[in-house]
Design a protein around this ligand. Structure first.
Ligand code: XBP
Ligand code: MG
Length: 257
C-alpha cells in the first residue's frame, strides 16, 4: 500500500473563491481600460467558465458573444495584451481589498507542512496569480511551502486535460497513488482523474456546486473550520467536521488503497 506523500491543490475555487468577485472584475477592468464595452456579468461569466484559461476565455467570448467584432490583424497579441492587463488588475485585487482563503485551507496546509507532507499547486491560472494569492492571503513566504507550482501555460493543454497534474507529479517524482488532489470543478476533477489521481472536491459556489462530480473520491462543501463544519455531499463518511491529515490518511489507507 503506497504511503500518502503529497497533496496537490487546484487554486481558483479551491484555495479561494476567486472567480466571480476576483477574476471577473479584473477582466471587466481590463476591457474598460482598453475602451471596450464588454461587460462580463456574473451570469455571462458563469457560462464563460466552461472554457479554462483567461486568454482562451476571451477568444471564446469573441467567437460566441461578439461575432461582429472586427479583430485586429494580430488577434493573439491583442488577446495577450488584454489578458496581461487583466492579470495586473487581479493581482491588485489580491492586495486590496484582498481575497480570503476558504475555511480550513490554511489549517490543512500548515498541518500538512508541519507533518512533512509534500505540497504542490496544479492550476490553469497564470503563475503570477498563484504567487500573489499565496503571498497576500496565506503567508509572505508561502510560495516556498510548495515544491512545485504548476500553473497556466506551462503545459500545452489546460484542464480538463490531465497535463498540469502529470507535469506536477513528474517534476516531483511521484506516482498518483501517493497523492491526493483537491479541486472545485468538473474540469478539475476530469483533469485529476485522467492523471490517475483520487480527488476531493470542495464545492464553492453556484458556478460549480451542481456539476457532475461522479469521478471524485469525496465531495464536500469545504474543508471545514470551527463553526463551519464540512458537509459531506458524497463519498466515504470519514470526515468529522474538518478534513485533517488523519482524515486523509484514513481515506488513503482504508478506502483508496
Ligand atoms: C481557473 C481558470 C483560470 C481562471 C482565470 O483555474 O480556469 O483560467 O479562471 O485565470 P483553476 P487566468 O481552477 O485551475 O485554478 O486568467 O490567469 O487564466
Ligand atoms: Mg478551480
Amino acid at each position: 500500500m503506497a504511503r500518502l506523500d503529497a497533496l496537490l491543490f487546484d487554486v481558483d475555487g479551491t484555495l479561494a473563491d476567486t472567480e466571480r468577485d476576483g477574476h471577473r472584475i479584473a477582466f471587466n477592468r481590463a476591457f474598460a481600460d482598453a475602451g471596450l464595452d464588454w461587460v462580463w456579468t456574473p451570469e455571462i461569466y458563469g457560462n464563460l467558465l466552461e472554457v479554462t484559461g483567461g486568454k482562451e476565455r476571451i477568444r471564446h467570448y469573441l467567437e460566441k458573444y461578439r461575432p461582429a467584432f472586427e479583430p485586429p490583424t494580430d488577434l493573439d497579441a491583442f488577446i495577450a495584451d488584454l489578458h496581461a492587463a487583466k492579470t495586473t488588475h487581479f493581482k491588485k485585487l489580491l492586495e486590496d481589498p484582498g481575497l480570503p482563503l476558504r475555511p480550513g485551507v490554511e489549517r490543512l496546509l500548515r498541518e500538512a507542512r508541519d507533518a512533512g507532507l509534500r505540497l504542490a499547486i496544479a492550476t490553469t491560472t497564470t503563475p503570477e496569480n498563484v504567487t500573489a494569492l499565496l503571498r497576500n492571503s496565506l503567508d509572505p513566504e508561502a510560495e516556498s511551502w510548495f515544491e512545485v507550482i504548476a500553473a497556466g501555460d506551462i503545459v500545452p493543454a489546460k484542464k480538463p486535460a490531465p497535463d498540469i497534474y502529470l507535469w506536477a507529479m513528474e517534476r516531483m517524482g511521484l506516482t498518483p497513488e501517493r497523492c491526493v488532489a483537491f479541486e472545485d470543478s468538473r474540469h478539475g476533477v476530469h483533469a485529476a482523474r485522467d492523471a490517475g489521481l483520487r480527488t476531493i472536491v470542495v464545492t464553492v459556489n453556484d458556478y460549480t456546486r451542481d456539476q457532475d462530480f461522479r469521478d471524485a473520491a469525496l465531495v464536500l462543501d469545504g474543508l471545514g473550520a470551527p463553526g463551519r463544519p464540512a458537509q459531506r455531499l458524497s463519498g466515504p463518511d470519514l470526515v468529522d467536521g474538518e478534513v485533517t491529515l488523519s482524515t486523509l490518511r484514513a481515506l488513503h489507507e482504508r478506502v483508496w488503497s
